[in-house]
Design a protein around this ligand. Sequence first.
Ligand SMILES: Nc1nc2c(c(=O)[nH]1)N[C@H]1C(S)=C(S)[C@@H](COP(=O)(O)OP(=O)(O)OC[C@H]3O[C@@H](n4cnc5c(N)ncnc54)[C@H](O)[C@@H]3O)O[C@H]1N2
Ligand code: MOO
Length: 427
Amino acid sequence: MITVEEHRAAVLAAVAPLEPRQVPLTEALDCVLAEDVVATLAVPPFDNSAMDGYAVRTEDVATAAGTTPVRLHVVADLPAGSGERPEVLPGTAVRIMTGAPMPPGADTIVPVEQTDQHVGPGAGSALPEVVEIRASAAVGAHLRRAGEDVSVGAPVLPAGVELGARELSTAASTGHGTLPVRPRVRLGVLSTGSELVAPGTALEHGQIPDSNSTLVAGLAATSGARPVPLGSVVDDAGALRARLRDSLPDVDAIVTTGGVSAGAYDVVKEVLAPLGEVTFSAVAMQPGKPQGFGVLRDGGRAVPIFCLPGNPVSVFVSYLAFVEPALRVMSGQGTTDEPETLRPPLLEAVVEVGWTCPPGRRQYMPVVLEESEDDAGTRVLLAHPAAAGGSGSHLVASLARAHALAIVEADVESVAVGDVVTVMMVP
Ligand SMILES: Nc1nc2c(c(=O)[nH]1)N[C@H]1C(S)=C(S)[C@@H](COP(=O)(O)OP(=O)(O)OC[C@H]3O[C@@H](n4cnc5c(N)ncnc54)[C@H](O)[C@@H]3O)O[C@H]1N2
Ligand code: MOO
């Protein structure tokens, strides 16, 4: 048996960040930015009004007040989006809406509420010939200056940042319709097993729902990859070979589940082992002992393939231990120089209900966490197994209850109430 660290090291040695690509903003969410980005547009891009009202000259309205209104001729209307540039000469005003460009000649805005005009749309909102201004205004009042937030050429997003909604709106507003990113990893998800039927299908005797496809696709999407569903194949070498061959051009990596242990029908091993570039190992962990990993060739491209065991809890643990770190390297979200960027956060918890551990294998026990206080009033996390049956790799329904995986080293025989264990938070 090899250790988890040895298997992970072999995986990480075989994967590399995907080549950067220019993608539309709509495809860039959750991607890592590959280059520094500077503003090609100022924000705001031009001087514009912050209020619906009238663009005027301050000197024209200097004496305006409720009791001494000033009457100005309205010479034009400027809704937002207007490309007109009507000049505001002395004694005139331009009606202006929020976001419309400031007309030449005007140096301030009087909100519509400080005039005699109707507020809002509908009846009474026609453009007046004359407007009565009922308040004076300072130079630049309610005016949003070009470049006030960002000027052209200013750095706005650094390489390496993970693009969320805020970063993407920054890119959009500073002139970018596309961005150079590490693309999302297209992860092919393939279940193997003649017993599998689609979730929700009525079962014949011996059949079970394929829950692994849903699990892996969901985990991939959660970590920013793009799952590519490859369905399920029966335990037939020819069918598996054909499905893998047909899928290769559309994916950057593949996860298969099932068919990797000692069974007479374990076709994943049967098909991939002879190719010479996929290795099958026993890893000292429970669940998740039988693991395959290697690369398939698509022309000159190496496509990493993870052959996880079929048991669903084994799939979950194996995904977090091996697939997630590799995807994080490929997408630029993490690096081997900083191992904490390759996995979910680790915390410590106090065991509330003990359990026994398998000999010679590191155990990953799905646990429920609860917050509590110790005798000194310090906040502590309490952990108990999520399933009555412990870390059995078939106890898939209990996964929904788990908050974390308690990691118990291979030399520990049992975990007792009050022990402190390391827990890895799970997606
Ligand atoms: N003689 C031995 N038998 C087994 C060993 C061993 O060392 N010697 N290892 C056991 C361990 S540990 C594991 S884990 C499993 C792994 O088996 P496989 O990867 O070959 O997986 P299968 O046999 O195809 O399936 C195992 C189990 O999982 C269910 N399954 C499979 N796919 C799905 C799916 N898509 N959705 C839901 N459930 C799935 C399947 O029906 C089986 O019950 O091998 C042990 N055996
Ligand atoms: O390694 Mo298996 O996943 O223990 O059941």
